[in-house]
Structure formats: C-alpha cells, structure tokens
Design a protein around this ligand. Structure first.
Ligand SMILES: [Zn+2]
Length: 153
C-alpha cells in the first residue's frame, strides 16, 4: 500500500458560527489564494472567497439541501449567496460570473468558515494565504495584489 502523495490537496471541513451549516471540500491554501472583490455585495459582506480545487470536491453536509439555507440573490440572480438561516453567517456562494456573452461558473466558500483538515494535520494559517483582489465592480476578473477602487484590504 503506497502512501498518499505529499502534494495531495487536503480535504477540509467548514461550518457557520452555530454549526447548523457544515460542508467538506478540498482547498489549496498553499499555492491557492483568497479573493477579495470590490463589488457591492462582496465589499459590504466582507467576503474572503476561497474556491475549492474542484466544484465536485465540495459537499454540503448539513442541512441536507441547499433549499434549507438562507439564499440571497439580486440583479440578474446569477449567484446564490448562501448563509445559515439560524446564525446568519455567510458560508458560500455559487453561480455564474457574466463576462460579455459568457457565463463562467463560480463557486467559493468564505475562507473564514474553514474549521479543520480531515487528514489530522493542523488547519493552514490563514495569515499565510495570499490574498488577491479583483475589480468585480466593473465585471473584470484580473487579479492584482492590492484592492481596486471601492474595495478594502
Ligand atoms: Zn449557523
């Protein structure tokens, strides 16, 4: 039996503040990055967006259906903003970014809802994860190392 490759992306669990909403997913907190965006909702809610290595690696554990989550949508309603219906913690977003005629699938958890790694190793230190900034306010996906106007560190 061979050991798992040391560079395998670990599986993590995460939850809202009260524990009603829980999930698992694989997140690369070493070479990956957290995204902060200056659009109206990302800015006001203070989102720290972290995409799983694949959407397929993400599973909502509890409650059993997304229909049991608080779901906020606005404008063209391309993105679900899921939160806990009990403690109101924003947990993840899922939907599409519009780029011209294209709709690009996008899914991300709030990095600060991560709890632990399933392999028993300590959770990565979020202070060491690179933060990248996007200009969502103008529907641009270019990533920079500093906030665009209207955003915040
Ligand atoms: Zn909760």
């Amino acid at each position: 039996m061979s050991a798992a490759p040391s560079d395998a992306t670990p599986t993590h669990t995460g939850s809202c503040h009260c524990g009603h909403v829980t999930y698992t997913g694989s997140f690369d907190l070493v070479s990956g990055h957290i995204i902060k965006c200056n659009c109206s909702i990302c800015h006001k809610k203070g989102y720290f967006l972290l995409s799983p290595t694949s959407t397929a690696s993400f599973s909502l554990l509890t409650p059993t259906s997304e229909s049991e989550l608080a779901d906020y949508q606005f404008a063209k309603k391309l993105v679900h903003h899921y939160a806990c219906p009990k403690c109101s913690t924003s947990v993840y977003i899922s939907g599409f970014f519009e780029m011209g005629d294209e709709e690009i699938p996008f899914m991300a958890v709030m990095a600060n809802t991560l709890d632990k790694r399933l392999d028993g190793e300590p959770l990565e230190d979020l202070r060491k994860v690179k933060i990248k900034y996007i200009d969502g306010r103008h529907d641009k996906l270019e990533l920079l190392d500093e906030p665009f106007p209207g955003g915040a560190w």
